[in-house]
Each structure stands twice: as C-alpha cells, then as structure tokens.
Design a protein around this ligand. Sequence first.
Ligand SMILES: C=C(O[C@@H]1C=C(C(=O)O)C=C[C@H]1O)C(=O)O
Ligand SMILES: NC(=O)CC[C@H](N)C(=O)O
Length: 815
Amino acid sequence: MAPLLGTDGTWDGGATCSPCKAGSDTAPLKSILYVDAYDSFSYNVVAMLEETLGVEVTVMTIDSDWPDGNIHEFLRHYEAIVLGPGPGNPNLPKDVGIMQDIWNLKDAELLPVFGICLGFQSLCLHHDTPIERLPYPLHGQVRRIQTKAKDVFENISSLEVTLYHSLYANLEKSNGLQHSSSKDLDFLASLSLENGSGPNTQVPMAVRHCRKPFWGVQFHPESCKSEKEACKTLLRNWWQLALKFNKVVGRNGYGPLPDAIISPNENTTPFPNIAYDMLNWSHATSTCSAYRSLARANLTAEAISDIFNSPGSPTVLFQSNGRYSIVSVPSPGSWRLKYTLETQKINILQLHGDKKEIEKSISVAQLWDALRYLMVMKKVDSGSAEIPFWGGFLGYFSYELGLACLPHSMKTSDSSLLSENSKNSTESSVDDPPGVSLLWCERSIVIDNEDGNVVVQSTVESDDLPAGWIDEALQQLQNHALNTAAGQEDDSTFLDPILREGIMSTPEEATYKQRIAACQAELEAGESYELCLTGETSISLPIPAKETDRLEFPWKLYKRLRRYNPAAFSAFMDLGDTKVISSSPECFLNWDRDSTLEMKPMKGTVRKTPEMTLEKAKEVLSSTKEMAENLMIADLIRHDLYGICGSGGVHVEKLLEVEDHGRVYQMITHVKGEVRPDKLGCSVRHMPQLRTSNMAAHGLTALQRCLPPGSMTGAPKERSCMHLQTIEARKRGIYSGVMGYLDLGGGGSFSVLIRTAFTSGSAVSKEPKDNSRQIWRIGAGGAVTTLSTAEGEWQEMLTKLRTVQNIFTPSDVSL
Ligand SMILES: C=C(O[C@@H]1C=C(C(=O)O)C=C[C@H]1O)C(=O)O
Ligand SMILES: NC(=O)CC[C@H](N)C(=O)O
C-alpha cells in the first residue's frame, strides 16, 4: 500500500510544512534528480529548480543505466525527481527511457515526482490516460490556463504559460476505460482549445496522483514567457508537498552522488599529442601583444588586406558585431590547421619556411582539448585594451562539426549525404570543406569602425623593435592613407565575363515544399517544436585561365558582396582549397576576457521594400507564428548558456526585438551568461580542465557545447538535427556553421555562417584541369513551424538567398 497522501485526492500537505531551509549555512543542500530526455530546455528547468528551491540538481539522461543497476539504492540519494520535457512520444519506450521505471517503484520505494510535458505525459500514460495528437500542435505558444486553485496551484487560479507540445493526455478516453481501480489521477488545470467548428478540446494541463506523490504539468514553467512568479509559486508548493511526503514516510535523501551528470555519452579520451606540436609551432608568440595605432586613418579593411595579403595566400578578414574589422597578416611563424571529419584527421601546415605538415588521427573531443590547451598555454596578458583580438586563431567550424559535438555525435560520413550540387554534378571541384579550418595569427591589423582608428599589432617580440614589423607596417599604412582616397572600386569588368558563364541551380520549388510538409509531419508527431529547413543553391563558374585572375576571383567576389549586402559580420576566408565570402547579420557567440558570454539568435525575417518600414516589420513580426519561432530559440539559447554558466548565471537582455539588418528586418533575442569557474553549469561541471579562470578555455567549451547554432537547427536541437539530416539529405558544409576569432587574451567572437557563399575544391587553388569549373554554394532557409505555409517559407528562403545570390548576376543584368 502506498503511503497515504490523502484518500480523496485533496490532501493539503503543504499547510503544516515549514518553509524549506535549504541553502542555509548549516544544512547541506537538498538534492533533486532531473531526468533529461535530451530536450533543449532541460538546463532551464534545472536552473529554475536550483534558483527557486535552493536545491542541488543531478542530471541523468533517459538512456542511462541506473548506477550499479540498483534504482532503489540510487534514488535514496534524492529528495525528489523531476522528469523533464523532450522530443518524441511517451508511447515509445526509447523516448522516455528510464522515466518508465519510476512508475513501477514499489510503494515502499516511492519518492516525490514532478513531470514536465513529456514527463507529465509519461505519468498520464502509465495511469491509463492515452496520449494522442492534439488537433494542432502548440509550439512556443503562450496561453492562459485555468486551475483548480488547490494543491500545487494553491493561490494560483490562472496563469500564463508557454506550451511546447503536439500530444496530449486524452482524459475523455481515460474516463471511458474499464479499469479495476477507479481513476488514479486528479486533474488540476486545463486549457480549452478551440477546434475549428467542432467542440473545444479539453487539454489537461496539470495532474496529481490521488495516492502517490506524483505530480505533473503539461506546460513549461521554465520558459521565459511563462508567468514567472506564478510558476515559482507552483514549484515551491510542489516542493513543500514533496518534503511533507518525505517527512510522513520518514525518507531523507542522503545527498547527490559526486558526479553532477550521468550520461552514457561521456567518455574520456587521452590527451592528443598534436597539441604539443601546435605549441611548438607557436613558440614565436609571446605573452604580450605589442601595438601602435593610427588615428582616423580613413582606410578600409579591404584596402589593408590588399596591402598585406597576396591573392590566394591564407587570409581571413572578419568584422565582429559591426564594430571591429580584423585583418590577418602573414608572419614567418604563420601556420594553419584543418580537421577532416570524414577521416578524423587533423593537419597542421606551416605557411612559410620549410612548410612542414603534420597529420594525426584525433577525435572531435580531442580536437577541442588541443585547442583549449594551446589557447591557455599561449595566453597573452597585455595588448591594446580597446581591441578584442590580440592574436590567436581566425577561421570557422562547419555545421557537420557541430553535429559531431552533439551528445550522440551524429556521423555525417554517410555517402548518401552528398552536397546537393555534387549529386547533380560530375565536375571535379566539389569537395567537402574541412570541418574546421583555422589560421594561427601572430600579426593582425584591426580597425575600430566606430572611431576609424587602426591598430597594428603583433605577438612576435622582435616585431616591436625599432624599425621592426610594426613600425614598417604602420609606415605602409600611413603612405597608403595619404595616397589613396577611400574609394569603392568596381570590379565588374573583371567579374562579369566569368559570371556570364555561370550556371545556377536553385532548390526545386516542389521538392522544397514537400520538405516543408515533411518537417510539419515531424512537428505534428511531437518529434520537434521547430525545424530550420534549408536548401542549397549552387553556381558553377568557369575557372579563369590566368593564375592571378584565379587567385583574385574570390576576393573580388567578396568585395562585391560587401558592397551589395553590408552586414555586421561581413567576412572573407581564403584557407587552402576553401574560400568563403560572408555577409552574416547574426551573432552566434561572443565572450569577453573576463567572464561574460553572450548569444544573439535571430528568428523572424521580413524583406525590406520601400513600403516595408521598421514599424510595419514590427507589426508583421508580432504575429503568434513569428513570436513563437523566436521564443523557442530564445529558450534553447538560455539552456545552452545555463549548461555552461549554471544556475543564477544567465540573463535575457532583450527578448523578441526587431532590428534593421540591411536588406531585411530581423527579430532578435539577446542572452548573456556569466562564467564562474567554481560554479559551472551541468554540461561542463565534470570537465577537470575547466578549473581555470582563463576565458579562452571557457569560450571554447561554450562553442563545443553550443554547436551547431540553435537558430539553424530548431528545437530540441539533437532530434531536430536528426530529422533535418533525413529531410534535407545533404551536408550543409560551411553554411550553418560559425566563423570568428579565438583571442589569446581570452575573448572570442563568432557569427552564424548564413548569407554566405563558399567553395571548396582543389581546382580553385591549383592548376585547373581543362574545362573544370568552380562550384560556389549558398545555403538559405528558415524555421518551419506548424503555423508555416509552404508558400511563405519558400518566399522566405528566396528572400534570404537573394541577399547573396544576386552578386553572381553580371552587373548589366537587371535583377
Ligand atoms: C536559415 C537562415 O537564417 C536563419 C533563420 C532565420 C529565420 O527563420 O527567420 C533568421 C536568421 C537565421 O537564424 C538563412 O539565412 O539561411
Ligand atoms: N515539450 C515536450 O516535452 C513535448 C512532449 C511531446 N514530444 C509532445 O510534443 O507533446
């Protein structure tokens, strides 16, 4: 017989319970076990529990084994258990995993449970209430729900909550079933859902078990759009009832196990030796970035790059957040690295001198370890305080590299996943770009676009000597500034003849629309809340016969893009066989040298026309559909940052704001997190290498844990990526990846690689074969929800595509 909570389901357990003293100096924190169904909101729940209840939470994923195979013994560590939200359907055992074991606990082993969304549905299902599809999914939608104002809803008669579900507990069917026991569940809150012309559907929103200490809610109390105070009261009410139950039955959790996260996916790999080679090759980098400034030089980043970089040599130009333009400059010690996912090989290549190359096999996890090691070992302590990059790496991480960083490390070596154009093409130059490509940069020049000041800097000690490289470079810049009026050269005569021979292949409308429908089918099945569907356009161009023309082509194309679609993260990369031109408006992740991480996801796009003003765009983007799209990603980003920064460390600075971004208006959210090395978040707590105050290490770990960008996947991230891979059936490559810098001073800045074209193939950089062509690829897409229309999504994809595609049109052809 279960311990009695009350025989009529109306037990008022909270009334006599004293407020919890957890967190006080004397008592150790009480602990809760959180069962994570690989949702993208899990760490928001964990943070809310820790912040509101003053408890310590252990996270265990649904596919974990109970430690020592002994659930009973393990659960004795905890006061209570929270079963989280997640993708999928509780009717499928793999989607709920170990959640099911909780319902089968013997009466003497029971502990208080709180289920959220999927956890709630699992509770209902196991108590004879079927889980079925809603008339229509409710993803990212905010609704007011009515409660019975009792039990966990004491003092809350109604509240606004965010919903993220496609499935629901069909209470009507539950009542109709013949069961030996009478109804076990008392439903405490509901939503009456309009259902076209038919009767409204009653959707249960909260439940408690009549005799066991089980509660659940269908909504997401942790979402940033759920009514905060009411949801905190709800959790506190539950916690008091939970503690009361434990007191009545005499159970007392003995505190969490030392491992903060229990997951089958965490395996440690040996430290990679290549890190020592990388360190060796960076010996010229000192602990100081010497610099001199040139005030208001009236120089563009492009003009500067033209002075210091020869066409075709490894070069990166990156504009960070519209403010700083960083230009890489070669030095005798320059080297670069690339990582090939398909072969799991890292190559490091010296760019000067004897041009040595080292190749080693390492895993993706080892690659991150090597990068962290090098960045920490080569820490630069001083430089120009105003400049966020003092030296370090410039380059990119691809979308597929991001997939490989997900908990189940999605493999993309499957040969059916060719890039869209390589499937159609028999030409030679379509290669997969490396998963990572980075340029080690000792010398650089940075323009502060706000005041026009130019800083010449180097980490090589001898560069700072009188008449050394810094002086020399400064002189070159001064001469150039005097001699040239900053003008915008027009490269049409160079570009047009090549572009005229272009063959463009855009996504096929019918196929794209079928894919939108395929996404919506997954959303309706509860597999995802939002899917960012994308398609690829390719442009096949002749390779100029003259070597200089061949080498200059990407750079001139970049300059054209920069003029056509100026963007906060305009960028150019020439890294071996891979060339990238980008006009991204979207910040992925920035971190400073002290402790702050920030992410600014975009979702919601409106094309700018003479009639479409900012005010009108705000109106368009305030629809339920657009707000829901952005909210889902805002909650996902909060989760990503909580995973690094832990409870109390994440703040939403801006939610769903509309901004002007050149040719489009975009809705944006801005979330910040503070890294506290002694209080790390759930996804990094177990990493011993993070007992450091060096932000370079924390920033790299944040990248490792937060890729691929949530705004390019949808939520929940991992399940969404899995479905997108099947639906899109291609590799995205550099598109949907991130690019930016890793600063030796500790900071970093990365954009999302959208509104970007790239090419990767040996034909572009080496002697071309007869008739071989270069293939440029442009990805574009948008978030699909169940409120999307096929035509609307198709047009949105075209709007984004055109911001880059149009530069491939010869200048005398009207668009
Ligand atoms: C998918 C793209 O953009 C992403 C999707 C957006 C949207 O759905 O509104 C907005 C910005 C990006 O996060 C793209 O530009 O190709
Ligand atoms: N947020 C959730 O937990 C969703 C649960 C389930 N996958 C549904 O869509 O209904």
